[in-house]
Ligand binder design. Structure first.
Ligand SMILES: Cc1ncc(COP(=O)(O)O)c(C=O)c1O
Length: 396
């Protein structure tokens, strides 16, 4: 007999996965060019050349013991290289001991939550949020406390403050955000930190940063390490190097964090006992050699612009995302996200309901799909607007 909580999770299923399957089904019927599947955020750019060069070099020149067990927090040389990069970015003195290499950001978050939570401790999440957070928090017997952002998806400090209780252990922030694409300003991060420091116990900020390298319009994402004291960063190269299947990332505890010593030790042991043991050896080495490489962000920006224009020109509304890989569009007035998603599916346009991110009234579209899919989808957006009696803002 499986556990009640897993049974619940299975019953809920993943909306994104369901859409992905639906996309495959529709493509078989209508052909690839006539189905506009914006449901899944799988980065579609190939990893930069530095990555394949490093991989080839390591495969061709193996060093003895390269594939062996290591410390639970990973290779010292890899962590030292990352610590230097993060010190340069933040102005803090970050040592290699701050970092634990992990099996992606998902594992980093599980390691961190496992390290922090006693049963029924509360973790604040800011809606809309990446739905997997619920599972991660429940994995470690924590309670999810949802605090809505404002209508531009910016966190509201007073609302967060009001949600804090003596059981609040942590708050998860995610900038650039999945699903909204919103980038948090330095002022916002400062205000969050100031508010948290007025509370009578330590509340850790878990900054989930897999999209930090994907910012558009020439902007840089403010570095949370600079502004927040009790910070733990969870990062992965799933998006910035297009390596989601390889599973490589890290957890980093700010040197200013009041629980630095305990937390760095706890995260390393959690990495072991939760079953990763250590992050993949070869990918740690690849990362060390290609730490400053990035995918072609301009390419994503171009596709964001195309998809955003389709939505706006057809007559719909959306906040223009400053980063990440998604547009979180408003569902038209009078329709909930379920009804709207069904109408879109009727025109072979697949998106994910905002309810999946605890934010009904919106739908998420991922723009890491081919440029031709985005261009060809324009007519579908216009047809949906016509069906709903919405006036276009531009011509087809
Ligand atoms: C906001 C957010 N956090 C974490 C993850 C997990 O990323 P990883 O592949 O590094 O585990 C994702 C993946 O899509 C994400 O969107």
């Amino acid at each position: 007999m499986i556990s009640r909580s897993i049974k619940q999770q299975l019953a809920g299923g993943s909306e994104i996965r369901k859409m992905f399957e639906e996309g495959k089904r529709l493509k078989e019927i209508y052909g690839n060019d006539n189905v506009f599947d914006f449901s899944i955020g799988n980065p579609d750019l190939e990893p930069p050349k530095e990555v394949s060069d490093a991989l080839a070099e390591l495969a061709n020149n193996p060093t003895p013991g390269m594939h062996g067990y290591m410390s639970n927090n990973g290779y010292e040389s890899t962590r030292a290289a990352i610590a230097k990069k993060k010190s340069d970015e933040s102005g803090l003195d970050i040592g290699s001991g701050a970092i634990c290499m992990t099996v992606g950001a998902a594992a980093a978050m599980n390691d961190v939550l496992h390290s922090l939570l006693d049963p029924d401790d509360e973790v604040i999440v800011l809606a809309p949020f990446f739905m997997e957070y619920t599972g991660y928090i429940k994995n470690h017997n924590g309670k999810v406390v949802i605090v809505p952002t404002d209508d531009q998806f910016v966190p509201v400090i007073d609302r967060i403050s009001d949600a804090i209780t003596d059981r609040t252990k942590a708050i998860i922030i995610n900038s650039p955000n999945n699903p909204s694409g919103v980038v948090y300003s330095a002022e916002l991060l400062t205000a969050l930190n100031d508010m948290l420091l007025t509370k009578d116990h330590v509340i850790h900020v878990i900054s989930d940063e897999p999209y930090i390298d994907l910012a558009y319009d020439g902007n840089e994402v403010p570095c949370a390490l600079k502004y927040i004291k009790n910070l733990i960063v969870c990062f992965s190269w799933s998006k910035s190097l297009s390596l989601p299947g390889e599973r490589i990332g890290y957890a980093l505890v700010s040197p200013n964090n009041e629980d630095y010593e305990d937390l760095t030790a706890a995260i390393a042991i959690s990495n072991r006992t939760l079953g990763s043991v250590n992050a993949p050896a070869i990918w740690q080495k690849v990362i060390e050699k290609s730490l400053y490489a990035k995918v072609d962000v301009a390419n994503y920006e171009h596709r964001r612009n195309l998809l955003y224009s389709n939505i706006i020109d057809a007559g719909f509304d959306a906040v223009k995302p400053g980063g990440a890989l998604y547009i979180f569009m408003n569902t038209p007035k009078g329709l909930d996200d379920d009804e709207f998603a069904k109408i879109c599916a009727g025109k072979n346009l697949l998106l994910v309901k905002g309810s999946s991110f605890s934010c009904p009234g919106y739908c998420r579209l991922a723009f890491c799909v081919s440029e031709s899919t985005i261009i060809n989808s324009r007519k579908a957006f216009f047809a949906i607007a016509e069906e709903l009696g919405i006036d276009h803002r531009a011509s087809l």
